[in-house]
Design a protein around this ligand. Structure first.
Ligand code: MSP
Length: 523
């Protein structure tokens, strides 16, 4: 069977400041899914990028005394470097200032116009520059935006181009009813349904160049730029080659999975699909909205002071290793819900799960196999019944959890292998078996089982811990064990993949102790 296409995207970040841990959280989760699908053997395309137009960026550039273009050019590398520090395996980094994106925005807008879904009207009302969104009085309790209390909403009176969003209420309700996977988790779907049931109004999608000049000009309407959200959402099409590579677009677009934060579901689950319907294009397959990463109950953001782990995500990856942060974010935060990140909790998890759980297991297992057998033991051929069963169940459970976007459950399912191996070493006391010649054959089977379980756990965890699991696989089975990751999950997670007889060397600690990491940091 030829590989199934799988297209995955994240929200593109505003470049009116540096990346923060909330941005990184979203991208890690999408990267885990992208890597998981590559492990399944799918043909994955993973898109990341930056949202560079709009008044918010224009103002931030002004404050720095820079042109918007110079300003975004100066900041985008910070996003790319940060994402690279987290080992994000994106296939394209899109910038909304890229020329193919400008062409794709123009093409889509013209299609929507040709299909009769644009009208001229005047907009009189509020605009929150923090959200880059038109607001009603209802959205501004006490006259201010709950998301941006320090930023007074602006009153606008502009003759604008409007998109007939109201025409799509019924088609969207029907699509959601027929495709429960379209908006996930279900509690976010219910919020969107409530919104649709309240009724949709047409929305303004142009801004006069008198109030905003930093945007994509509208080809058929002088002195107007396109509203930044309309521009930004289209990045998902540009990223497939819409308008430039029709074959690539046709291959990936219908398989699109959007990963976004819970604050932007209205844009992604109402406005965006309506735009696609208006242009006569297929809808994306799924939009999954995750929750907030919080610090002691508060949603922190760019305003967190410099030096805080929140404001310096790249530094966190340097100090602790990207994999450790990826692990924490994936396993400790229920995907979809809000979750806490504090250094204290992170360090507890690092010690308990990574250093003592997985790291110690690898070093003990290799230590014993080397001492008693000089390498991977030749076994009797009968799989250890408990360990092989645990591995098969963990593989099935990880697979179903990943399919249902339960990333936290997926990690816990795979981690069960590590916990059971550690428990079994304590329970079966291989060091005592080694003293009895009559138990040598059982010991060989048991230790082979532990090493093989560790190999399978590494395979299942490779999307979360890409670098540490590579070290683990190399230590157990050399480059070949790493190369097998490309063979498809069914083959690589099948019991017995580790060839016996291979000499082993005890590797450097997989997860060094935290006091050692800090020493390196200080030196
Ligand atoms: N530029 C728009 C998205 C356009 S997509 C066509 C935007 N940018 S943003 O920089 O404000 O946010 C980017 C993503 O980061 C969003 O999905 C947002 O929900 C997410 N997060 C921002 N702060 C966050 C946390 N504290 N926690 C988790 N995710 C957070 O919105």
């Amino acid at each position: 069977m030829s590989p199934q296409p799988f297209y995955i995207t994240t929200a593109i970040d505003y470049v009116n400041g540096r990346p923060h841990l909330g941005h990184v959280y979203e991208k890690i989760s999408a990267d885990v899914l992208a890597r998981w699908h590559r492990l399944l053997g799918d043909d994955v395309r993973f898109l990341l990028g930056t949202d560079e137009h709009g008044i918010k960026v224009e103002r931030a550039a002004e404050e720095q005394g820079m042109t918007p273009q110079d300003y975004v050019d100066s900041l985008v590398p910070a996003f790319q470097e940060c994402f690279d520090a987290y080992d994000l395996s994106y296939d394209r980094f899109i910038r909304t200032t890229d020329s193919d994106h400008k062409a794709s925005v123009t093409a889509l807008l013209e299609k929507i116009r040709d299909n009769g879904y644009l009208v001229e009207a005047s907009y009189t009302g509020w605009y929150c520059e923090g959200c880059e969104a038109f607001k009603t009085d209802k959205d501004l309790p006490g006259g201010s935006c709950p998301e941006h209390p320090g930023r007074a909403p602006k009153w606008l009176e502009e003759d604008n181009l409007f998109f007939k969003l109201s025409a799509f209420e019924k088609p969207l309700l029907e699509h959601i009813a027929a495709h429960p996977e379209f908006i996930q988790p279900d509690y976010r779907r219910n919020e969107v349904l409530a919104l649709l049931n309240r009724g949709l109004e047409d929305i303004s999608i142009s801004r006069s160049t008198e109030s905003v000049s930093w945007g994509i000009p509208i080809s058929f309407r002088p002195d107007s730029v396109i509203y930044v959200w309309f521009d930004a959402l289209i990045n998902y099409l540009t990223g497939t080659g819409f308008g430039t590579d029709e074959a690539q677009y046709a291959n990936y677009w219908p398989t699109a999975h959007h990963i976004i934060g819970k604050d932007i579901t209205r844009f992604h689950c109402v406005i965006w699909p309506a735009m696609l319907l208006a242009a006569g294009l297929p809808l994306y397959r799924t939009c999954f909205a995750h929750g907030w990463v919080l610090d002691k109950g508060k949603k922190l953001s760019k305003s967190a002071g410099g030096g805080s782990p929140w404001a310096e995500p790249q530094q966190l990856a340097v100090t602790y290793g990207a994999d450790a942060i990826r692990y924490f974010m994936t396993s400790e935060i229920t995907y979809g819900r809000d979750g806490e990140f504090t250094l204290q909790r992170f360090e507890e998890v690092y010690n308990a799960h990574l250093a003592n759980g997985m790291g110690n297991l690898l070093s003990r297992a290799i230590g014993m196999a080397t001492k008693y057998f000089g390498g991977v033991p030749a076994h009797s051929g009968t799989p250890d019944p408990l360990l092989s069963k645990v591995c098969a169940e963990a593989t099935a459970d990880t697979r179903s959890a990943m399919t249902e976007f339960r990333l936290h459950d997926a990690v816990h399912a795979a981690w069960k292998i590590i916990s059971v191996c550690n428990e079994q070493i304590q329970a079966r006391e291989p060091w005592k078996m080694a003293k009895e010649e009559s138990q040598k054959a059982d010991l060989a089977d048991f230790l082979y089982g532990i090493l093989e379980s560790l190999r399978i756990a590494s395979v299942l965890l490779s999307p979360v811990l890409p670098s540490k699991t590579r070290t683990c696989l190399e230590a157990l089975g050399g480059e070949e064990a790493v190369a097998c990751l490309g063979n498809g999950l069914d083959s690589v997670a099948a019991w017995g993949g580790l060839p016996p007889g291979r000499p082993l060397e005890r590797p450097e600690p997989l997860f060094p102790r935290l006091d050692q990491l800090r020493k390196v940091e200080e030196a």
